[in-house]
Design a protein around this ligand. Structure first.
Ligand SMILES: NC(=O)C1=CN([C@@H]2O[C@H](COP(=O)(O)OP(=O)(O)OC[C@H]3O[C@@H](n4cnc5c(N)ncnc54)[C@H](O)[C@@H]3O)[C@@H](O)[C@H]2O)C=CC1
Ligand SMILES: O=C(O)[C@@H]1CCC=N1
Length: 275
């Protein structure tokens, strides 16, 4: 098959975001396999996306040019053990999206000397607005790098890093990042409702404001600080709100939050990456 086949080991939230994004980008559902132990999950994926599904990791992996490990870090080792022989035989590139787990551990669990690309995507991949950072080990050749990048580029922006250590900060920034924005949206909606706005109005205003702000930052000439200043009239309403947010320590809070996520990513590798 010219576009190559992809097997997802694990059919949860992130796998579905990627599958949905890939199909929206024009990839044929027949070229995608998803393996998961839960039949209900597989039925849903089959119904929504028409992809091939199986409860057997080996069945999915046997069909694949690229194997995407989309299980929780806690179970990646067990899932790797199941497909190890196939990976050694087929020499397919393995793309791990698991937070924290380091390439040498993943390669070892798959029998050693395996081309492994680590990728940290995020859930907006579902709408092809994802951000993915990739890192390749030294067994990955140029063609395999291209295969991995092509998959992730179908669902949004891609960047490569040369140092695997950067993946922890990436996870804290863009991997977990959508959740921070959703929390801010939830908080703004609740606050707007507490000021008397109907829930539906509050929700729509917050959503459209988030979209508009993100598009201005992404597509315009100005950086975020300049854009913020342009909203903030001296002595006006925005200044009053920003003062409250600064007094509450918003900048320091974000530094602490991203540091906690970065540290958790590191500790996941220590916790689940051992022999
Ligand atoms: N959710 C997110 O925003 C992001 C998640 N990730 C990473 O993606 C990976 C998956 O995360 P989610 O999709 O959120 O988790 P999830 O829990 O929604 O999905 C994991 C899936 O793996 C299945 N599974 C469990 N054991 C299995 C096995 N032995 N073989 C095959 N499948 C098995 C589960 O039934 C479940 O459907 C994690 O490693 C996470 O670190 C990375 C970037 C963003
Ligand atoms: O929360 C997590 O551990 C995963 C990794 C990045 C986003 N979700």
């Amino acid at each position: 098959m010219s576009e190559g086949s992809i097997a997802f080991i694990g059919g949860g939230n992130m796998a579905e975001s990627l599958v949905g994004g890939l199909i929206a980008d024009g990839r044929s559902p027949e070229s995608i396999w998803v393996a998961d132990p839960f039949v209900d999950k597989l039925d849903e994926l089959r119904y929504r996306h028409k992809v091939n599904v199986t409860q057997e990791n080996t069945e999915a992996a046997a069909h694949a040019d690229v194997i995407v490990m989309a299980v929780k870090p806690q179970v990646l080792r067990e899932a790797a053990a199941q497909i190890k022989d196939l990976v050694q035989e087929n020499r397919s590139v393995v793309l791990s999206i698991a937070a924290g787990l380091r390439e040498p551990d993943i390669s070892r669990w798959l029998g050693g000397n395996v081309p492994v690309v680590r990728a940290m995507p995020n859930t907006p991949a579902l709408l092809q607005t994802g951000a993915t950072v990739l890192y390749a080990n030294s067994s990955v050749d140029a063609e395999q790098k291209k295969q991995a990048e092509t998959i992730m580029a179908a669902v949004g922006m891609t960047l490569w890093v040369e140092e695997e250590g950067h993946m922890d900060a990436v996870t804290a920034t863009s991997g977990s990042g959508p959740a921070y924005f959703f929390l801010v949206m939830e908080a703004m909606q609740a606050a707007a409702q507490s000021l008397g706005l109907p829930g539906e109005v509050a929700e729509k205003l917050v959503q459209q404001t988030a979209l508009g702000a993100a598009r201005m930052a992404r597509e315009g000439e100005d950086d975020a600080a300049t854009l913020r200043e342009k909203v903030t009239s001296p002595g006006g309403t925005t200044a009053a709100a920003l003062e409250v947010l600064r007094e509450a320590g918003i900048e320091e809070t974000f530094t602490r939050a991203l540091t906690a996520a970065r540290d958790r990513s590191r500790s996941l590798s220590d916790e689940f990456g051992k022999d």
